[in-house]
Design a protein around this ligand. Structure first.
Ligand code: ARG
Length: 588
């Protein structure tokens, strides 16, 4: 996007020096001093031309100044350029006022496919508050990749298989439960969770129950109709709850194949590993000794099948990767999973490499740190403080509860700040702001860091928060509603530095989008959007203080020009929020 501004200047420099514009483009750098926007160190071009760098800088400064494209000054061997607000406005506004979302589009990924495995919770358990991390980092990445031109496949690899279900079914039978009991429960997932806890405790006391759980596990694997029917009911009850939370967050998936789906796809994989001599059978278990096969960093062999025939998480991930590659032919596959699972991913990625899979170097573990919540009511005898997950009087809070509390608090803040907002619209705005606050708090820091969450901080309207960005957007919407001039203005009338700052912040978004995709890092976009919101707020606040800076001032021509900028900034903020998974309400 910024090339629109630099290309004409490069032309001038190329004409003056006889060098290629592309050669000069590589040398352009952020300036070292003062209020310049861009600098060209003249050492190399001067050497190519056989002149002294300061002399060349002076000559180029004169040439650029003559062109009127920018203010230019030589500072010793450096050529410093400063865009005039009018040049910036003419370069970008005609395009961005009409289609502001173009600031956040790139063709970088055209023709390429990315599979993004995210959220992927375990069934028969609630979505706890920490699940927000994988869910929203993955959701935002799916939008960022799509905006950068990739074909995106969003995958929810549900944890819907394993020995836990044998135990659940065994407990279910022992307590004589019937399917209507589950249907009647106010909180079916909580019901299953408690059943699991009771069944586990009972099995600890009684080896016969442990044996019964194992038998049910086996029955489930062998397709026993009763076991399958119960498992299916547990799965559906969990999915219903997951979908409710996903709907609150605006999250969706293209592929819901969970671990169970790969149950019959592991035998051929294990057979291949054994036949090719890559895995060994040790006491009936199948293991791959990575250290002995060129991966010395792995101290312990990877277990892929237990002696009793049961398969493992790593085996299912491998089988799923084979499947996904066959189905989608991905160019990149992301696994948005907490850093606590790093070893798991390193291990099975290494097995894929050992197998010579063509996709092995396309796999990326997109890890992240833990979520720490401020506990103000941690329970009897405990002091308030930061902890993994929030507890209310000793009970861990669920994701849905945290979202609801955020919405409730947002509702109160909005009622105070904007009493005119009522009814259904206030409800919609409270949702957008409350949920947006939680989500933005999660995305604004580099993902590998731990995140601290406190309702009061995340919901501030003045700070590095979602509501702050949403509020800048809503201010722009309100100006547009009040405007009485419409139709095109002349971008060249924009001569203020704060207007130029807004435009440069918009024009810089595309590069940040591309960086965010390269690094699988939504925080890069979150920070760029914060800078844009900051520039917008500074501009609008100047308008409240200085009469001449007001967008809706008396001069209709100037007003029409400024409205172009309002439209561009409003659209860019809305799109930036959208890519981060936040809504952009028009009133707040
Ligand atoms: N179900 C797993 C868990 O809750 C996360 C799965 C992540 N995805 C994957 N392909 N391993 O820990």
């Amino acid at each position: 996007m910024l090339e629109r501004l630099t290309a004409p200047v490069l032309e001038v420099l190329a004409r003056e020096t006889g060098l290629e514009p592309t050669a000069l483009a590589g040398a352009l750098a952020p300036p070292r001093v003062g209020d310049a926007d861009l600098a060209l160190p003249c050492f190399q071009p001067a050497q190519a031309l056989g002149v002294a760098p300061p002399a060349l800088a002076a000559r180029l400064a004169a040439a650029v100044a003559r062109s009127g494209l920018a203010e230019a000054r030589a500072a010793g061997p450096f050529l410093n350029l400063r865009w005039t607000p009018a040049a910036v406005a003419s370069a970008f506004l005609p395009l961005l006022a009409d289609e502001p979302q173009l600031a956040l589009r790139s063709a970088q990924g055209r023709g390429r496919t990315v599979c993004i495995d995210f959220s992927s919770p375990n069934i028969a358990k609630h979505l706890a508050v920490h699940h927000i991390r994988s869910t929203m980092i993955g959701h935002s990445l799916s939008r960022l990749y799509a905006a950068a031109g990739w074909r995106v496949v969003r995958i929810n690899f549900l944890g819907d298989w394993g020995t836990a279900f044998g135990r659940l079914i065994s407990g279910w039978k022992r307590e004589g439960l019937q399917l209507p009991d589950l249907a009647r429960a106010a909180d079916p997932v909580g019901f299953l969770n408690e059943l699991y806890v009771r069944a586990s405790r009972a099995a600890e006391q009684d080896p016969a129950l442990e044996e019964d759980a194992r038998r049910w596990s086996k029955a489930l694997e062998d397709g026993d109709p009763e076991a399958r029917q119960l498992w299916q009911a547990f799965r559906e009850a969990s999915l219903a709850e997951f979908r409710r939370v996903y709907e609150l967050l605006g999250v969706d998936f293209d592929d819901w194949r969970g671990e169970s789906w790969y149950e019959d796809k592991m035998a051929p994989l294990l057979a291949e590993l054994r036949a090719r001599g890559l895995a060994t059978v040790d006491d009936g278990a199948t293991v791959v000794d990575l250290a002995a096969r060129g991966f010395p960093q792995f101290k312990k062999p990877v277990l892929l099948q237990r002696a009793d025939g049961g398969t493992l998480y790593a085996t299912r991930d491998l089988a799923a990767a084979d499947e996904r590659y066959a189905r989608y032919g991905f160019d990149r596959a992301l696994y948005v999973v907490d850093l606590g699972q790093s070893l798991h991913f390193q291990e099975w990625f290494a097995v894929a490499r050992l197998l010579g899979r063509p996709y092995a170097d396309r796999l990326r573990h997109v890890g992240f740190g833990v979520l720490l919540m401020w506990n103000d009511e941690p329970g009897p005898g405990l002091a308030p403080g930061w902890a993994k997950g929030r507890t209310r009087a000793g009970r861990v809070m669920l994701l849905a509860e945290v979202l609801e509390e955020a919405v409730e608090r947002a509702r109160a803040i909005i009622a105070e700040k904007n009493p005119e907002l009522v009814g259904e619209e206030r409800e919609r705005v409270a949702r957008a702001v409350g949920i947006g606050a939680v989500v933005f708090n999660d995305l604004k820091h580099a993902r590998v860091n731990d995140v601290k969450f406190r309702f009061e901080d995340a919901l501030r309207f003045d700070g590095e928060t979602g509501p702050y960005v949403q509020y800048a957007h809503a201010r722009l919407c309100s100006i547009e509603r009040k405007a009485t001039v419409d139709g095109g203005g002349d971008p060249r009338l924009l001569t203020r530095d704060d207007e130029k700052a807004v435009l440069l912040a918009i024009a810089g978004l595309r590069a940040q989008l591309e960086r965010a995709v390269d690094a699988d890092e939504p925080s890069i976009l979150a920070q760029a959007v914060l800078r844009l919101a900051g520039a917008v707020s500074a501009w609008l606040t100047a308008g409240n203080r200085e009469h001449g800076a007001k967008v809706l001032g008396e001069d209709r021509e100037l007003c029409a020009a400024r409205l172009l900028l309002v439209r561009a900034a409003r659209g860019a903020l809305a799109e930036g929020l959208h890519l981060l998974g936040l809504a952009a309400p028009e009133r707040m």
